[in-house]
Design a protein. Structure first.
Length: 115
């Protein structure tokens, strides 16, 4: 009886920690995909990178909140950073993910200007 009083709460905490880790990894993967697709959209000029990233992050539902998208263009490269807070299952701190992706800006170079 005494063993179950000690073991059961430890087991429950361990299960909740695994669930929290799984949620954090799911949101991290979603942010990574959103950053990659937004970087490709920005590099090609096919779509608004903010809209692309926000759309993909909204597919995660309530597991991701306070989503922010930052797009930086420096010469020939575009870098997109997607950050979000993870749904808290265990009240032991907060969980925040941030993923970045870069892509070269596509541009047309006429044949006579090519090296």
């Amino acid at each position: 009886m005494l063993a179950s009083v000690i073991v059961l709460p430890c087991l429950l905490v361990a299960v909740w920690l695994v669930v929290q880790y799984a949620l954090a990894m799911n949101v991290r993967h979603g942010a990574q995909v959103a950053a990659q697709d937004a970087a490709i959209a920005a590099a090609t000029g096919a779509a608004d990178p903010n809209a692309v990233a926000q759309s993909l992050m909204s597919s995660l539902g309530s597991t991701a909140s306070d989503v922010s998208v930052t797009v930086q263009t420096t010469g020939e490269w575009v870098t997109v950073t997607v950050s979000a807070d993870v749904l808290q299952v265990v009240p032991l701190g907060s969980f925040h993910v941030s993923e970045s992706a870069s892509a070269p800006v596509e541009r047309f170079v006429p044949e006579d200007e090519r090296p």
